[in-house]
Structures are given as C-alpha cells and as structure tokens.
Design a protein around this ligand. Sequence first.
Ligand code: SAM
Length: 254
Amino acid sequence: MKAYRDQHFLIDQRAVDRIADLVEIKNREVLEIGPGNGVLTKALLECGAVVHAIELDRELCNGLGEQFAKEIAAGKLTLIHGDATRCDLPPFSIVVSNLPYSISSKITFRLLNIGFEVAVLMYQSEFAKRMIAPAGTKDCGRLSIMVQTYATVQKCFELPPNCFSPKPQVHSMVVKLIPRPPIFFVKDHKRYADVARALFSHRRKTVKNCLKGSKGMLNPEWVDRVLTVLPNEILSSRPEELYLEDFATISNIE
Ligand code: SAM
C-alpha cells in the first residue's frame, strides 16, 4: 500500500546518524524537507546545525512543535508548515533530507535552480540510479542530463525497506549533490533545459524526429536552423545515446 504523503519514517538510528554525518553542518543553515516525526531533525540539531524544516502534514508539524519547543525558542529550529515544492524557502546553504519520493524530481529541480553548497538527499534507489546514469546509457533521461550538467552526484549508500516504518516496497539510496558550473560552454541555460525536455519527451525517436515533433516546445524557426546545421551523427542518434556535451552543441546553435 502506498503510504500517505510518502510517510515512511526512518527507524534505523545508525542510518540516521550516517546521513547526518555525511556533511559538516555545525553552525550551518540546513534545510530539511519532510521532517516527519523528527528523527533526522534531532540528529541534525545534535550535530550543531541551525535547521529550517518544511513539513506538509499539519499534525506532524504540531507534534514537531511540541517535541522541539526548546530548540525553536532558542532559534536553532524553524518549522514551516507547507509544501516544499512551492512555498517560499528560508535561507539555507546545505540540504539534508529523507525526501518524500513523489516530489523527488520537482524538488531536485527546484533546489538546483535556487542553488546550495551541498545536499545529502535520500531517494528511491531506482530514481537515484537514473539520476546517476551516465549520458549515452539507456537509463539516462532529462533528470540525469540536468543534474549532471549542474552538479557532481555521489552515491553514498543504499538502505533496505526494513530501515523504515511502514516498510516501503523499494530500496532507498542516499546521494550527495554538489553544484558546480557546467564543464562545457552553455550559451543559454533555458534553451539547454528546453532541448533536454523536448528530446526526452520522445526518447525512442531519433534526434531529428524529436526536434521536428517539438516545434510546439521549441521555436520552430530555430528548430529548422538546427536541422540544417547539426551533424548527421547527432541527428540520427536517439536522445539516450547522446553525450552531455551534445545537448550543449544543439542548444548553442544560434
Ligand atoms: N524525515 C523523516 C524520516 O526520515 O523519518 C520523514 C521522511 S518521510 C519519507 C517524508 C516526509 O515528507 C513525511 O513526513 C511527509 O509528510 C512529508 N511531505 C510529503 N510531501 C511533502 C511536501 N510536498 N512538502 C513538505 N513535506 C512533505
């Protein structure tokens, strides 16, 4: 059964401590998305972080307010009742979260857009594997391209379902994301993102046919120019066969 609001709570204290220890957080502003019953929040506070936690579930939020009343009064914890995909986010430089899996993609794009120093995030394993999948392999998708263009991704460790209550049906993986500028020239970041989106919305087609079918998403005149300029080697490939730089080669065309 799917848990309400992805509420699979970590019950393995060793796993909680390992997550909190993956990054130096003493006296740093840490964002936690989905604190749930506060098991990770407590570990982050014990490591000396100043925590800003956003929780969607009002009842859980009320419980956290009582559990951490002292830390809130001392200015060590700010508790926000809201949806992390859309509410205003407090200032932060580090993110440490056991993410609600249904918002993994949305929140990852949002965080990368806003910018941060380092993030330690727990995802569903399959999702994390797709994020890490190198360009040119069949698991690679829009998420892999966008994350790997703008960040270094490190796989930290995997957790089995019995680390949680209720048990999810899938394994989870903790990943470290460290944003950095692209390692190749990207002229227009919006167009780069639009090209990745357009190509992966038809991943089984060739790049040529993807582009022809994406004139609603991309400027049609620009697409016509791209089709005449782009080498046949790229035009005849499928999006999942392209290297990361190929997305820049396409989107950098004037
Ligand atoms: N951090 C806790 C732990 O490790 O045990 C709970 C993690 S649980 C996987 C995800 C939490 O995110 C739940 O408490 C859920 O209520 C909350 N949540 C779900 N959707 C959310 C959203 N859009 N914004 C903020 N919190 C959300």
